[in-house]
Write a protein that binds this ligand. Structure first.
Ligand code: UDX
Length: 452
């Protein structure tokens, strides 16, 4: 009897953050369902311990000798630049070993856009290598033209705290200069260096983006027709394509019982993702604003996310009273379940791309308070393109919080946004169903990888 041909294997390299690990593991699941064997190659930072969902997968660790303190203390841009340099040689050894063991099986390497060392190594071995953008297509466009914007002096206002950052970026309507994916805690030079590496078109054979053409058709057209000369596959939202458990932290499910006792669309969910930090004063003003709005709220406060505090011990005494009245606070929530709950009528968010997709995917409108990078782009699109978000800018005080929450949760304006969000949710669902654009794009990608 003839041996069954081995399943073709893909090596996936996630970046070390919750917002990057989740979509990579969803992609891994989706490709496994399409018949590929999967190897996940990760570093020790934020190591993803596989749940029962991934028993069939191979997990390997890319050795490197960076201290944990670099991960904790270095700003993300500097850490990524350092990690990429550090991992290039050791990943070469890892991939070399894998090829020795199973050379006929390995079809290619898919790497997070910020783990570009993996693309360079795959190219050295002559393996197809695919960029996976866990952020959206518009942020990818911004990164692609960042060097050109700098050369044309468009970024000059970002170098000067008094610069006119409200002006529109030529060719990127409706983004303003301040909406570009930058960070207040990294120098523009370092950001330019990182972006140049993430969109190195000379290396990759194709790009997968966790988005849907119903959200970003013009950015996708630009990438497909002008920006990149390699195939681009918009296959998201991946949490709708392959739902799986990917949390790095323990989820407190008691909040679902609390939500079960609340009326429909009556609760505002407050969550700032896995990385954002706020000052104690911002936490206090948020608490007071939520209290003054008279709305019920479910608030995720991650341990360590309020600067100088372990958790909420430095918040004033009134905070406990507010929370026992109208609020519920947890350290980490089952966010997708929360957003799907009928009691949740709005989402106060930092607008990370996963949170944005999860919220739109449940038809929940948002209050947008971006912190850095692609979150600025997402917030602008939520407010001005999809018109399902209210952006809160500048210094945060209780009045600003109260006003934004009432606009979204009580006023007609919020109802209109909720209706638009529900209509967008239906479009997203259609795009991942058989015959939908993301569904077709995934099929095309699988075909592309199988024929290489
Ligand atoms: C980061 C960047 O901030 C983001 O802009 C980028 O697009 C991806 O990487 P993060 O800040 O963590 O990610 O935000 P986000 O992309 O929203 O991802 C957070 C994930 O954590 C979401 O999938 C969310 O469901 C999950 N989460 C968050 C929980 O499961 N429980 C929580 O309590 C909070």
């Amino acid at each position: 009897m003839e041996d069954k041909p081995a399943r073709r294997r893909l090596v996936l390299v996630p970046a070390s953050a919750q917002g990057h690990i989740s979509p990579m593991m969803q992609l891994a699941k989706a490709l496994h369902l399409k018949g590929f064997s999967i190897t996940i190659a990760q570093t020790k930072f934020n190591y993803f311990n596989p749940s029962d969902d991934f028993t069939d997968f191979q997990f390997i660790t890319i050795p490197e000798s960076l201290p944990e303190s670099d991960f904790e203390n270095l700003r993300p841009v500097l850490f990524l630049l350092k990690l990429n340099k550090e991992c290039q040689e050791s990943f070469k050894d890892c991939l070399g070993q894998l090829l020795l063991q199973q050379s006929n099986e390995i079809s290619g390497v898919i790497y997070d856009e910020y783990m570009y060392f993996a693309g360079a190594v795959a190219k050295e071995f002559n393996l197809p290598n695919v960029i996976f953008s866990t952020t959206n297509a518009t942020a990818f466009v911004c990164r692609s033209v960042f060097e050109e914007l700098d050369a044309n002096n468009v970024l000059a206002p970002l170098k000067d705290s008094k610069g006119k950052q409200d002006e529109l970026v030529p060719g990127l309507h409706p983004l303003r200069i301040k909406d570009l994916p930058t960070s207040k805690i990294a120098s523009l030079d370092k950001i330019l260096e990182l972006y140049k590496n993430t969109v190195d078109k000379g290396t990759a054979s194709s790009v997968i983006i966790n988005t849907s053409s119903c959200l970003e058709s013009s950015s996708l057209s630009w990438l497909q027709q002008e920006g990149l000369d390699i195939p681009v596959y918009p296959i998201g939202p991946l949490h709708m394509v392959a739902s799986t458990s990917t949390s790095l932290f323990e989820e407190n499910k008691s909040c679902i019982e609390w939500l079960n006792k609340q009326k429909q669309d009556s609760v505002i969910f407050v969550s700032l993702g896995s990385l954002a930090l706020i000052d104690i004063n911002e936490a206090i003003e948020t608490a007071l604003g939520l209290d003054n709005s008279n709305q019920h709220f479910l608030w995720v406060i991650r341990p360590g996310s309020i600067r100088g505090s372990e958790w909420i011990e430095h918040l004033p005494e009134e905070f406990s009273k507010m929370v026992s009245g109208r609020g519920y606070v947890v350290k980490w929530a089952p966010q997708k379940e929360v957003l799907a709950h009928p009691a949740v009528g709005g989402f106060w968010s930092h607008c990370g791309w996963n949170s944005t997709l999860e919220s739109i995917g449940e038809g929940v409108p948002m209050i947008c308070r971006p912190f850095s990078a692609d979150q600025n782009v997402n917030a602008r699109y939520l407010e001005c393109v999809w018109r399902i978000g209210i952006q809160v800018e500048g210094e945060l005080d209780r009045g600003v919080v109260e006003r934004a929450v009432k606009r979204l949760m009580v006023e007609e304006e919020g109802d209109e946004m909720r209706k638009r969000a529900v209509s967008l949710k239906e479009k997203l669902r259609a795009s991942v169903r058989s015959g939908g654009s993301s569904h077709n794009s995934l099929e095309e990608f699988v075909h592309f990888m199988s024929t290489l």
